[in-house]
Design a protein. Structure first.
Length: 94
């Protein structure tokens, strides 16, 4: 079941990317519209991750807080690394 879920999430992300490209590749896109299209795959990822944080596990909530703080101060790459590292740390030790 997990593999099927991952494959469907990958398909949803791919369809979001390729669908926008195919539908709008020959048209002029306003900067605001382009920004929304860039953020859509991230929204799919958030929808997948959100239930973990609603579970009430303190380790996940602590990792979320650390990641949000990193997101307000660091680049995307650093934020992702901090999120992964804090998630691992809090789940392993708390």
């Amino acid at each position: 079941m997990t593999i099927l879920t991952l494959l469907l999430m990958a398909l949803a992300t791919y369809c979001t990317r390729i669908g926008g490209y195919l539908l709008l590749s020959k048209q002029h896109i306003a900067p605001r519209t382009a920004k929304v299209m860039e953020l859509a795959p991230g929204c799919v990822l958030i929808a997948v991750l959100a239930p973990d944080f609603a579970s009430g596990r303190m380790a996940d909530l602590a990792a979320l807080v650390v990641t949000v703080v990193a997101a307000t101060r660091c680049s995307l790459l650093v934020t992702v690394l901090v999120g992964i590292g804090s998630g691992w740390f809090f789940r392993a030790y708390f």
